[in-house]
Design a protein around this ligand. Structure first.
Ligand code: MN
Length: 377
């Protein structure tokens, strides 16, 4: 038996264009902080080592500072750390694992899994990895690493570490790099390996029915749509049994509202409540898809609400493809326009009712006109 920490997809160096300028460096730093929390988890649970199943770095092109900070964070983990190159940081000609800073500053507790040869962690514990040699492998790297491997010696626990999507979770049959779950289960059944630590999927996921194949997920969320990011797995594995415990490590959230219906002031109030009730706003990214139509006055209230939310949240991404401003008579009452301005207003209103690009342009122009007049008045 051995107890170790299974993690993956640190994506160090990752940023996101939609983040506010203030949030961007915090988002980058959050991934290093998550690595430090992994060290605390490993110490608390008495793990013997840490296996990182790929995508340690966001890309092979990360800057020197990212490499230096990563190595410092890994050094500070204290535990032996095994890094597997994944699809974001493969062992190609430009690999980060041969970056001059990486080679010069590599701490003693770090080992890069550079090939398929079994690695002795200690007496009775072996690792076997399937590193990515390039961005687009033409074969199932995990199956290739395990094929022809002899059974683990009696009393030895062997942990496999691989990166990529398993075939049962990917509909893309044309992808030659998919990991064949049946082959992995075969390797477990005949004792070639006792646990398969997977990376690539950023949500913690149990795969198949053996209870010995898992994605750990990313220790810190990276995108919308992830089911259970922000975790690591404490694994007890051996020939006789295998127990896996999920531990929370993440602090950031990606929240997506697939559809925000907007037809009147009640919908605005509901949106306001949703935004108000979110905890930890400065560490939360929000994506809203607006749907429906509002008169100009309510649209102005919506703009004000979104602008305030932009000040509070780390990011606010708003999609307006299915949203329109529909001017109503009340929008124009009391504007007090005369002369050519009144003529322009009437002409725009005449065109605004059509569902054409010209109609949309007229509605935008009307909204702008009303906002400008209200500001002057
Ligand atoms: Mn990844």
């Amino acid at each position: 038996m051995v107890r170790f920490l299974h993690t993956a997809d640190w994506q160090l160096g990752m940023s996101r264009a939609s983040l506010s300028p203030e949030a961007r460096p915090r988002f980058v730093q959050a991934r290093f902080d998550a690595v430090r929390r992994l060290g605390a988890v490993a110490a608390e649970h008495g793990c013997e080592f840490i296996a990182v199943a790929g995508d340690v770095f966001e890309s092979n092109q990360v800057d020197r500072q990212t490499v230096a900070r990563a190595l410092q964070a890994i050094h500070d983990l204290g535990h032996p750390v095994y890094l597997l190159p994944g699809n974001h940081d493969p062992l190609d000609a430009a690999t980060v694992y041969r970056h001059t800073t990486f080679l010069a500053r590599r701490p003693d507790n770090l080992r890069v899994i550079g090939d398929n040869r079994p690695i002795a962690v200690r007496d009775g514990v072996e690792l076997i990895g399937a590193p990515w040699p390039g961005k687009r492998p033409l074969t199932d790297l995990a199956a290739a690493a395990l094929r022809g491997l002899p059974r683990a010696a009696p009393g030895t626990t062997r942990i496999a570490v691989a990166h990529g999507i398993v075939d049962t979770l990917s509909p893309d049959a044309a992808d030659p790099a998919r990991i064949a779950l049946a082959e992995m289960e075969g390797a477990l059944a005949d004792g070639r390996i006792h646990y398969l630590a997977l990376g690539d999927r950023h949500s913690a996921t149990r795969v198949g029915v053996t209870g010995r194949i898992f994605y750990s997920g990313a220790p810190e969320a990276t995108d919308y749509g992830e089911v259970r990011p922000g975790c690591a797995l404490v694994v007890d594995a051996g020939p006789e049994r295998c127990d896996v415990t999920e531990v929370e490590t993440g602090e950031w959230r990606f929240l997506e509202r697939g559809e925000v219906p907007l037809a009147g002031s009640e919908d605005l109030a509901a949106l306001q409540r949703f935004l108000d009730e979110r905890p930890d706003k400065e560490r939360t990214l929000v994506k809203l898809r607006l749907r429906g139509a509002l008169p100009l006055a309510l649209d102005a209230a919506l703009r004000e609400m979104l602008s305030h939310a932009r000040d509070l949240f780390a990011a606010l991404e708003v999609r307006e493809k299915d949203y329109a401003v529909l001017p109503e008579d009340s929008d124009f009452a009391g504007l007090g326009l005369a002369g050519f301005a009144k003529t322009a207003l009437d002409e725009l209103r005449g065109r605004a009712g059509t569902d054409t690009p010209e109609g949309a342009a007229a509605r935008e122009a009307l909204a702008l006109l009303v906002r400008l007049i209200r500001r002057v008045a």
